[in-house]
Design a protein around this ligand. Structure first.
Ligand code: SF4
Length: 159
């Protein structure tokens, strides 16, 4: 089966980040055809606004949030776990409808991060772990990678 991708919307230049900005990485699209990918922002799909207060997972990782064993809390102390979980399931639904095989998700986000995430202290400290959406997609057999891992893989194994 040919590879089909889901990409974090902010990486494609959509201004959906918590601060109303994007994380455009033009290089990504140089390697993908328009019919090879879909994109979305899990946090917006979960009902959060642009802009919104930054949020981090407290005392756990995305897997723990999906099990209701940890929470995502914004910098004002508001628990936004349910929005993150809803956004993760909306992303999974789109991925399954499009028969996505791989996800290229923005590194370090509490939704999209897949190698390191912020530790919940809002000090910029990162710990190993996945965001909520990254964890759910991986649990359903989708190969999840950061944008850096995707580009690095192309350099090692050009397609
Ligand atoms: Fe980007 Fe994901 Fe954060 Fe949305 S949730 S702004 S797609 S990193």
């Amino acid at each position: 089966m040919s590879k089909r991708y889901l990409i974090s919307a902010c990486l494609l230049g959509h201004k959906v980040r918590y601060d109303g900005q994007d994380c455009l990485l033009k290089e990504l699209l140089q390697h993908l055809l328009p019919d090879q990918y879909v994109s979305l922002c899990p946090e917006i799909s979960g009902g959060l606004a642009i802009p919104r207060p930054p949020a981090e997972i407290q005392s756990g990782n995305g897997r723990d949030v999906l099990l209701h064993q940890a929470n995502v809390v914004d910098i004002n102390g508001t628990d936004v776990s349910e929005a993150f979980i809803q956004g993760a399931y909306a992303t999974l639904d789109l991925a399954q409808r499009f028969q996505v095989t791989h996800a290229i998700l923005k590194a370090h986000s509490p939704s999209c991060g897949s190698d390191l995430i912020y530790d919940g202290s809002f000090t910029g400290t990162k710990i190993q772990g996945q965001g909520v959406t990254a964890a759910l997609l991986q649990q359903h057999g989708i190969m999840v990678m950061t944008e850096h891992e995707f580009l690095q893989q192309l350099k090692v194994r050009p397609e």
